[in-house]
Design a protein around this ligand. Structure first.
Ligand SMILES: [Zn+2]
Length: 103
């Protein structure tokens, strides 16, 4: 079992229950039971069976692609063309009065 451990420089590293090498990805358990993958950056100390290692900074998860803008826009108002709506309008192309690029 691998656990997080504070290193001498104050940053968080990991204590592994097996010998690992830099670049290895290990599963580390937190006290609350959740687990995460950590990449070993350097082995700071080992006794041949366990290691104390610094880890690569955790990459931030890629943000989810923004959802398509909802059809109903705030501040949208019809341009005045009969049947004008945000999805389709022959006159303002659904842009509404505020989005008209011509006057
Ligand atoms: Zn319109």
């Amino acid at each position: 079992m691998n656990t997080f451990s504070k290193l001498q420089d104050g940053t968080w590293g990991i204590r592994t229950s097996s010998v690992v090498a830099p670049g290895a990805v290990v599963i580390v358990s937190r006290k609350d039971g959740t687990q995460s993958n950590q990449t070993v950056r350097a082995v700071i100390w080992t006794d041949g069976t366990a290691c104390l290692c610094s880890v690569e900074p955790t990459a931030k998860p890629v943000p989810a692609a923004p959802k398509a803008a909802p059809a109903r826009r705030s501040n949208w108002r019809p341009c005045g063309y009969p049947g004008c709506n945000p999805q389709h309008c022959d006159d303002c192309e659904g842009q509404g009065a505020r989005g008209r690029s011509y006057y």
